[in-house]
Design a protein around this ligand. Structure first.
Ligand code: PMP
Length: 410
């Protein structure tokens, strides 16, 4: 039976059954059978500290999420063509976390669906076709988004997709807006009208960038002056991870035209959304009946409401800010003793730690941490950034374990 399968058996079955597009983390892949809070457990009971997964934002298998899911699943699970209360309750709660301009919601099942819809809406609203993204962006799995996800497609871009270097350090951040402007001029010369600037507001796959906040506001002004929109992809930074507020764009003092979210929204269950300025979506709504069978179903909404409750009750934005600051201080202190560790970037519990000695050493560190029971990932165009992005219920003792183990490995 699968419960008694060895790692070797599981690997062989994967190779036989799953398409080779699937990847596994770590040189010695980890077999997990259950998880709770910040811990994931192997079949032998071994505990691994989860420093990587942003999806279980309130902690793996949070009992309140499980309870909300089970309760609603036993009562009613249906789509949005009937009058039901849950999607409205969720829309009210979500929209209350946004500036008043962002006042209308559409529910989807994945971040990709939200981004794909945002691109469709932006093209209709502007009459433009051009989309600007960052150099090593990831935005999703559809045909359109694959062309806007150079990090997953060996750098390939779709038609009328243009890239700007990610604002990964202070210098590139200060140049971000002027690079967007230069990109708009390149598009103009090619006869391409901009539809949108689409950015992950923490530039996760580019290697994590947060500082100094504000560069997005200036970039948005350029795009809007050229007739395009700002789409904030909040799939990674959203739901309080930056420790500043619910949404990454809020650190930048800008109000986007469209906002997309996913991953943490259901703590692991498929629920996501597009939030829009009503006037931006008006023409699209005249032209299109958008129906997403599972998007905003009753159970998905109950789960997402439980996640919002827990973020508030357990004050996880404050925790992300405080624990994130402690973790960054600890990493900076480690960096002062180990030249392998370079710049520490990020906000709240979204941290990128630059490895100064390249991809091979980054891979060694990631695997050595895994051997010592700490699960972490890497990011960046050169694969030389440690990606630190734990559930927001991370505590001081977990910071200590991560830092202690990283010190050994360095
Ligand atoms: N945008 C960003 C920034 C992401 O990181 C991801 C997922 N890695 C997506 C969009 C797509 O989300 P999903 O996998 O839910 O389609």
């Amino acid at each position: 039976s699968s419960s008694s399968s060895s790692t070797a058996d599981l690997l062989a079955r994967r190779r036989r059954l799953l398409a080779p597009t699937y990847g596994l983390f770590y040189e010695e892949p980890v077999h997990i059978t259950r998880a709770s809070g910040v811990w994931m457990y192997g079949p032998d009971g071994r505990a691994y500290l989860d420093v990587y997964n942003n999806v279980p934002v309130v902690g793996h298998c949070h009992p309140q999420v499980v309870e909300a899911l089970a309760h609603q699943a036993a009562l009613l699970n249906t789509h949005t063509r009937y009058l039901t209360e849950k999607p409205l309750e969720l829309a009210e709660r979500l929209l209350a976390t946004f500036p008043s301009e962002l006042a209308t919601a559409i529910f989807t099942c994945t971040g990709s669906e939200s981004n794909d819809l945002a691109i469709r809406v932006s093209k209709v609203a502007t009459g433009g076709t051009g989309v600007i993204i960052s150099e090593w962006a990831y935005h999703g799995t559809t045909e359109t988004l694959a062309g806007m996800s150079p990090s997953s497609g060996m750098g390939r871009l779709g038609t009328h997709v243009y890239t700007v270097p990610a604002p990964i350090d202070q210098e590139s951040a200060s140049q971000f807006a002027s690079r967007v402007q230069a990109c708009i001029e390149t598009m103009r010369a090619a006869g391409v009208k901009p539809a949108a600037l689409l950015v992950d507001t923490i530039f996760s796959s580019d290697g994590v960038s947060a500082d100094p906040p504000g560069y997005l506001a200036a970039a948005a002004e350029h795009v809007r002056a050229a007739g395009g929109l700002l789409i904030a992809d909040e799939v990674q930074p959203g739901f309080g991870r930056t420790g500043h507020s619910m949404w990454g764009f809020q650190r930048h003092g800008v109000v986007p035209d469209l906002v997309t979210m996913g991953k943490p929204m259901g703590n692991g269950h498929p629920v996501s959304a597009l939030i829009a300025r009503p006037e931006v979506i008006a023409e699209f709504a005249r032209q299109t009946r958008y129906f997403n069978t599972f998007g905003g179903n009753t159970v998905a909404c109950a789960v997402a409401l439980a996640v919002l409750d827990i973020i508030e009750q357990e004050q996880l934005i404050t925790n992300a800010r405080e624990i994130g600051a402690q973790l960054r201080r600890g990493l900076q202190e480690l960096a002062s003793r180990h030249p392998t560790l370079g710049a520490i970037r990020g906000a709240g519990l979204f941290i990128g730690a630059q490895i100064t000695t390249g991809k091979a050493e980054t891979t060694r560190i990631v695997n050595a941490l895994r051997q010592r029971g700490v699960l972490i990932g890497s990011a960046g165009r050169n694969g030389d950034v440690l990606k630190i992005r734990p559930p927001l219920v991370f505590k001081q003792e977990h910071v200590d374990q991560l830092l202690g183990t990283l010190a050994q490995v360095l």
